[in-house]
Design a binder for this molecule. Structure first.
Ligand code: GTP
Ligand code: MG
Length: 150
């Protein structure tokens, strides 16, 4: 099984969408391994988005991500990076397909509701950046045989 890092951004936290978004992940059959409501400081936000340091939108992005608490999660499942990127939808919510999280809840590129790691390597880096090992719960879901073919 693979793991990924998802973060409900400050816009969606302020719009009371945490429950709806977590519900979508649970209904899909994914397993929540860790979760916390967390205020990121500037250093963490910059490190998280370090691949975008030179982009014109970098400062606005860091300022947005640190503007209020985010809901950070580690989620587990088969091919979870690809599966959750599909659930999240494309970067610009005004173009994201209906049925995706961004497509259903967002309108603006700079307020795009949720982050999801884009590869297994990013996932590992981001999980270690946002969580301590002791915060990751190692457990089995009872319904696993009804979610995955054995
Ligand atoms: P994340 O899951 O947040 O990493 O989004 P992504 O992987 O779909 O997109 P990407 O990593 O390319 O961009 C990171 C974030 O920067 C996006 O989620 C947007 O909020 C923001 N962003 C990306 N491109 C632009 C842009 O052209 N203008 C502005 N204002 N913001 C952008
Ligand atoms: Mg990205």
């Amino acid at each position: 099984m693979d793991r990924t890092f998802l973060m409900i951004k400050p816009d969606a936290v302020q719009r009371n969408l945490i429950g709806e978004i977590v519900t979508r992940l649970e209904r899909k059959g994914l397993k929540l391994v860790a979760a916390k409501l967390f205020q990121a400081d500037e250093a963490l936000a910059k490190e998280h988005y370090s691949e975008h340091t030179d982009k014109p939108f970098f400062n606005a992005l860091v300022s947005f991500i640190t503007s209020g608490p985010v809901f950070a999660m580690v989620v587990e499942g088969n091919n979870v990076v690809e599966v959750t990127r599909t659930l999240v939808g494309e970067t610009n919510p005004s173009k994201a397909a209906p049925g995706t999280i961004r497509g259903d809840y967002g309108l603006d590129l700079g307020r795009n509701i949720i982050h999801g790691s884009d590869s297994n390597e990013s996932a590992e880096r981001e999980i270690n950046l946002w969580f301590n090992e002791s915060e990751l719960n190692d457990y089995k879901l009872n319904n696993e045989k009804w979610v995955y073919e054995e």
